[in-house]
Design a protein around this ligand. Structure first.
Ligand code: SAM
Ligand code: SF4
Length: 317
């Protein structure tokens, strides 16, 4: 299907989270949807079956924090069994992963992205408003031990990211087979829209590493990736602002309350719940996916001052 080869679906399975990252939520959290408005696992599975019938091949489970939703391992097992789901991943803050990594891999999870913006405890507590860094670090090791691959670390570039902190991550990539990606913060959530940190400075730092070389990545890869001799892992840059990648965007998103989004920055969404809860079959749900793809915008307007209408925790990043 899909002129632009839309083959990737992200599911935000909960709007809850055990952290309060400053760029994502206010200290008190965001208002949560009533439980009855959140899609059941069965409803998410029906959406995925419909999407796969149209050519979706990659599915990523996110949130809020996906590991806080009860039954997530069983959900992954059921997702992994859907014929046509070829690539199954999760984005998590890593808390709880030290126990969950092995069961998740056994259930059929392939890849995992772990969000971590600093490896200095005080800074971590400032950014996430919780003191949980050791849990995340042990979660990363557990993911590697369990054989989840690739294990990617997403580092959102904040104001004041210290050059020393960048070097902490470079050291991590030297020691461990991780793909560490530095991401420009997008103007959504709780921080002002101005004042993002451009990734160019980090790029220069990476390029200064002896023997550093850019690796060719897939057409719809959003990261520019670099290999460095002697490093067990790789380094990457994701710049949605300074190097927009909309024309390669292959994604659709379903929010925890069942709204289908064809762009992270869409104001318009398609509510899947009436079809899912009103006895609509797979064909009806598939029709809604086709509508979302037909109206997928050419690109976002962030540089013209646009911003996302909703917090990332509800959309799923
Ligand atoms: N709780 C999980 C986590 O943090 O990985 C999954 C959901 S979180 C919304 C998904 C991703 O969105 C995280 O990597 C987070 O860093 C990123 N994110 C949240 N707000 C952001 C923003 N304003 N700009 C860029 N990335 C953001
Ligand atoms: Fe939670 Fe992820 Fe948002 Fe941080 S970025 S508050 S971990 S949903």
């Amino acid at each position: 299907m899909f002129g632009r080869r839309v083959d990737y679906l992200r599911l935000s399975i909960t709007d809850r989270c055990n952290l309060r990252c400053v760029y994502c939520m206010p200290p008190e959290g965001v208002p949560l949807k009533p439980a009855g408005e959140i899609l059941t696992y069965g409803e998410f599975l029906r959406c995925v079956r419909a999407a796969v019938s149209l050519g979706i091949r990659k599915v990523r489970v996110t949130g809020g924090e996906p590991l806080v939703r009860r039954g997530v391992v069983g959900f992954i097992r059921r997702l992994a069994r859907i014929p046509g789901v070829e690539d199954l991943g999760m984005t998590t803050n890593g808390i709880g992963l030290s126990e969950a990594a092995e069961p998740l891999r056994q259930a059929g999870l392939g890849r995992i992205n772990i969000s971590l913006d600093t490896i200095r405890s005080e800074r971590y507590a400032e950014i996430t408003r919780r003191d949980r860094l050791p849990d995340v670090l042990s979660g990363i090791d557990a993911a590697l031990r369990a054989g989840l691959r690739p294990v990617k670390i997403n580092v959102v570039l904040l104001h004041g990211l210290h050059p020393g902190e960048v070097d902490d991550f470079l050291a991590m990539a030297r020691e461990k087979p991780l793909e560490i990606r530095f991401i420009e913060r997008m103007p959504m959530g709780c921080l002002p829209t101005e004042g993002y940190v451009s990734a160019d400075r980090i790029r220069d730092r990476i390029l200064s590493l002896p023997g550093c070389r850019r690796v060719e990545s897939g057409v719809s890869s959003v990261a520019v990736t670099y290999e460095v001799p002697g490093f067990a892992g790789t380094l990457g840059i994701i710049s949605p602002i300074t190097r927009k990648f909309c024309s390669d965007c292959n994604r659709l998103r379903i929010s925890a309350d069942g709204r289908l989004r064809n762009c992270l920055f869409s104001r318009e969404t398609i509510d899947l719940r009436p079809a899912l809860r009103g006895g609509g079959g797979e064909a009806e749900v598939a029709g809604l996916f086709l509508r979302a793809v037909a109206t997928k915008p050419d690109g976002h307007d962030l540089c013209a001052g646009g911003s996302s209408p909703e917090p990332m925790s509800r959309i799923g990043g």
